[in-house]
Design a protein around this ligand. Structure first.
Ligand SMILES: CC(C)(COP(=O)(O)OP(=O)(O)OC[C@H]1O[C@@H](n2cnc3c(N)ncnc32)[C@H](O)[C@@H]1OP(=O)(O)O)[C@@H](O)C(=O)NCCC(=O)NCCS
Length: 253
């Protein structure tokens, strides 16, 4: 392996370790302070009371840590310039600085995903974190997935539902290259649970993507249409809800 590559990998791994240690330390500091105060406050109380108080404080403490982590991680990512470059194709074997910047961003996102995402996904706090970390997200957007990355390449309109375990990112890894491109989702869109959206996709307003569907790269999904399948295709005749339900019950077997 070339010396330049080893140097860049070394610098990147060190940067990730240092930045993430600082981020987690800053997020944990207020909670550590509270625990220090709590243990002193309860020092003279009976052991059973102390154990009960500290036990009850554990989960709220973790939630507070996770909350602080989202804020600090987004701030440090901004300060250190970690982000996904748009419209590039980066050869992994080169390990160039652009790729390394992307790796730092992905590492920061991953730490938050693992330590805070499970706790807060599907809440306005998760949407706020995504915004702070670079995503352009409209109002009343519900994001019930942690499998969302390259936040600075995501553009989401108002009143959007991103269902449970949707995979949404601005990069793909193919044939030894990391290729990036933005993803644009219009307003009033629903991405059904478990579907995957590839790079360079644009989804029109009022469109629904069915559960467990796959939207291939470079797709342009029309407005006011229902798409389903792998890869997605428009539903030929979007059903009228009441009529559809009535039709089912009388369908011949
Ligand atoms: C795609 C979807 C919007 C269609 O709902 P709908 O308008 O009520 O339509 P229907 O359920 O009557 O389905 C119409 C046809 O599409 C098919 N279909 C529905 N969802 C499908 C899917 N995910 N993949 C493949 N086919 C699907 C149905 O089998 C039906 O086919 P048929 O006409 O041959 O019988 C809905 O099925 C769906 O997947 N919604 C996602 C909801 C969701 O996950 N929200 C996020 C929550 S976290």
């Amino acid at each position: 392996m070339r010396a330049g590559v080893i140097f860049r990998i070394g610098v990147t791994v060190s940067a990730i370790a240092i930045v993430e240690t600082i981020v987690c330390g800053l997020a944990a500091a207020p909670i550590a302070g509270c625990w220090w105060w709590l243990t002193r406050w309860a020092a003279t109380a009976p052991s059973a009371f102390r154990i009960a108080v500290l036990g009850m404080a554990a989960v709220p403490s973790y939630a507070a840590f996770a909350l602080c982590l989202m804020a600090w991680s987004a701030l440090l990512a901004r300060l250190t310039g970690a982000r996904t470059p748009a419209h590039v194709s980066m050869r992994i074997a080169d390990f160039d600085w652009r790729l390394m910047t992307w790796v730092r961003y992905m590492a920061a996102i991953h730490v938050v995903r693992v330590l805070a995402g499970t706790f807060f996904r599907g809440t306005p706090l998760w949407t706020t974190y995504l915004r702070l970390n670079g995503a352009r997200i409209g109002r009343r957007v519900y994001v019930n997935t942690t499998a969302i990355s390259d936040h600075n390449l995501l553009d989401v309109g108002d009143d959007v539902v991103i269902g449970a375990d949707v995979h949404l990112s601005g990069h793909t890894v193919e044939r030894g290259f990391v290729t990036t491109a933005p993803v644009r989702i219009g307003s009033n869109v629903t991405l059904g649970l478990g579907c995957a959206v590839d790079i360079d996709v644009e989804i029109g307003d009022h469109t629904q993507v069915g559960a467990l569907s796959f939207v291939p790269k470079h797709s342009r999904l029309s407005a006011r249409t229902i798409y389903v399948g792998i890869p997605v295709k428009p539903l030929k005749q979007p059903p009228v809800h009441g009529a559809r339900l009535r039709g089912r019950s009388s369908r011949p077997h």
